[in-house]
Design a protein around this ligand. Structure first.
Ligand code: NDP
Length: 449
């Protein structure tokens, strides 16, 4: 097995996040390979770590001053053994092939855990929507879709949102797809409600993460009632994570963006969260503006010289990272443990470094890895696809109930798989093993393709 890791390192040097994600999964599935030697005999690890297809393309667009810019677009179609490719689009200056491959790889196992028939993919661009006018974002999205439309479709590959891609971007992308194909289909999820979107889709990742965390707490006969929570990010996932924590009786102490974080010891309640939603989703402002409205809170700017993130160094019960990858390093993890955190549930994808994960496991925290804990987003995307196919819209309660059932089922699947391999309570092993086995069995059934 070290052979495979070495081959990947040699073949794709520099794809640090992809190597990290592959390493974690392959470590977890070692006992599966021992129990089922046919996986090794059929080179399943080599096959599952190689994307089925990688699409990279030029995205030229013009800003409001008439200046031409060129960005790079990506779509990695990782695995379609259990369904059409499904996974979000990320628009952020840090996007490169390695990051999209890591996200697509994670998506394969996450989608497998949802119980729905969805393969894994991911895409995006190094375009930065921050500070751009709506017209600039529209022109960029139209240019991006004028290439991507060839590769996607409601039965082939169905993108959604991710960092930097919300309702506005999905609207522009869908509009261009419809014009080019002359078809009104469910080719994207995260659509607005009045033209094919699903109720609860915006809320799904955050709500789902809190449902998953509540299941973990229940294994220790605990609930969110009275629990204090550190939440990072202030975007889609963070907002609805905070909303559900508040609804379940917990207290949210922090929110952040890439410039800094706010600590509100009195708790970010529903009214304060409404302010953040308007600030972030409508005014597209910075989280630092929170303290202008609520001066009792404290704002701390990012200090790039620090070897840790001070957001994770406050007394609390739960941590719900909801911003980006590798936002919790080993020192942060040790600070969390020192401060009495007993639960970490990941709304973001791979927010904890491997060293941080080891600290969580060593201290027996309730630790829900992103591919299980944040699968609610893609699960409701799957429900949006089902509604689109039937040309029906389910009521809010129905979608929310289905989301709860799915998160409960993912939680149980993780625990059962971990117990089956003698690793009780290890959600990392459980998620990786259960996600992996379903996909590789489908691959074996379908022959060498
Ligand atoms: P948004 O763009 O809505 O929000 C992202 C938030 O994280 C913003 O507050 C942003 O701050 C902050 N952030 C982004 N990059 C960095 C960085 N490098 N350092 C510090 N802060 C950063 O994205 P989402 O809420 O949709 O996504 C958040 C995470 O959740 C990502 O890891 C994503 O992959 C994951 N996820 C999202 C799903 C979804 O349904 N949307 C589904 C499953 C996982 P700023 O505005 O300053 O950039």
């Amino acid at each position: 097995m070290p052979d495979i890791i070495q081959k990947i390192l040699d073949k794709d040097p520099g794809q640090r996040e992809f190597h990290q994600a592959v390493h974690e999964v392959l470590e977890s599935v070692k006992p599966v390979l021992v129990r089922s030697p046919e996986y090794q005999q059929t080179a399943i690890l080599e096959r599952i770590t190689e994307p089925e297809r990688v699409i990279m393309f030029r995205v030229p667009w013009m800003d409001d001053q008439g200046q031409v810019h060129v960005n790079r677009g990506f779509r990695v179609e990782m695995n379609s053994a259990i369904g059409p490719y499904k996974g979000g689009l990320r628009f952020h200056p840090s996007v490169n092939l390695g990051i999209i491959k890591f996200l697509a790889f994670e998506q394969v196992f996450k989608n497998s855990l949802t119980t729905l028939a969805m393969g894994g993919g991911k895409g995006g661009s190094d375009f930065n929507p921050k500070g751009k006018s709506d017209n600039e974002v529209m022109r960029f999205c139209q240019s991006f879709m004028s290439e991507l439309f060839r590769h996607i479709g409601p039965d082939t590959d169905i993108p959604a949102g991710d960092i930097g891609v919300g309702a506005r971007e999905i609207g522009f992308l869908f509009g261009m797809y419809k014009k080019l194909k002359n078809e009104f289909t469910g080719v994207l999820t995260g659509k607005s409600l009045n033209w094919g979107g699903s109720l609860i889709r915006p809320e799904a990742t955050g709500y789902g993460n809190v449902y998953f965390a509540a299941e973990m707490l229940a294994t220790r006969n605990e609930t969110f009632e009275g629990k204090t929570c550190l939440v990072s990010g202030a975007g889609n996932v963070a907002q609805f994570t905070a909303e559900k924590v508040i609804e379940l009786g917990g207290k949210v102490l922090t929110l952040s963006d890439s410039s800094g974080y706010v600590l509100d010891e009195q708790g970010i309640d529903k009214d304060k969260l409404d302010f953040v939603k308007k600030l972030k989703n409508i005014r597209r402002g910075r989280i630092s503006e929170y303290i202008e409205e609520y001066p009792q809170a404290v704002y701390t700017e990012v200090d790039s010289v620090l070897d840790h993130n001070p957001l994770w160094d406050h007394k609390a019960d739960c941590a719900l990272p909801s911003a980006t990858e590798n936002e919790i390093n080993e020192k942060d993890a040790r600070n969390l443990v020192k401060n009495g955190i007993t639960l970490v549930s990941e709304g973001a994808n791979m927010p904890s470094t491997p060293e941080a994960v080891s600290v969580f496991l060593e201290h027996k925290l309730l630790y829900g890895p992103g591919k299980a804990a944040n699968a609610g987003g893609v699960a409701v995307s799957g429900l949006e696809m089902a509604q689109n196919s039937m040309r029906l819209s389910w009521p809010m309660e129905e979608v929310d109930d289905r989301l709860k059932i799915i998160m409960k089922s993912i939680h149980k699947t993780c625990l059962d798989a971990a117990a089956d391999y003698n690793l009780p309570g290890n959600y990392v092993a459980g998620a990786n093993i259960a996600g992996f086995v379903k996909v590789v069995n489908a691959m074996l059934d379908q022959g060498l393709v």
